[in-house]
Ligand binder design. Structure first.
Ligand code: 5GP
Length: 111
């Protein structure tokens, strides 16, 4: 069964897109935790970081570059966080790899 992000990638569900190329889609999170909360989603189906292989290395780098560019575009370059939840115990709810880009307010230290 398709994940919600696969449906968005395939145009079957609407989303507020902020970036798209052939490999990566970025959208606004539907339930933002911070004033800026974007999701950077590789279009290739990878369930989570645990499923990444060596061939995905350029794709992951591109996702981080896009995160940095979006941080500038959304004026949060002075303080933002990029994270991915891996597995149910870490709070992952959509099993299609995605990076949260969070900012727009002071963020608590996690580590
Ligand atoms: P996870 O919990 O897997 O790390 O993150 C999933 C994120 O996807 C959550 O922050 C959730 O709010 C967001 N989300 C879930 N369904 C949708 C949707 O249909 N549209 C958008 N834009 N975000 C969604």
């Amino acid at each position: 069964m398709k994940t919600v992000f696969q449906k968005i990638i395939d145009g079957e569900l609407p989303a507020e897109k902020v970036f798209e190329n052939e490999r990566v889609l970025a959208i606004k999170d539907i339930a933002p935790h911070t004033p800026v909360h974007l999701l950077i989603i590789p279009k290739k189906h990878i369930a989570s970081i645990s499923e990444v292989t060596e061939e995905d290395i350029p794709l992951l780098g591109e996702c981080l570059l896009i995160a940095s560019q979006l941080a500038k575009q959304f004026h949060i370059e002075d303080g933002f966080r990029v994270l991915t939840n891996n597995g149910t115990d870490a709070g992952q709810t959509v099993f299609h790899l995605h990076f949260h880009l969070l900012g727009g307010r002071p963020l608590q230290h996690l580590v």
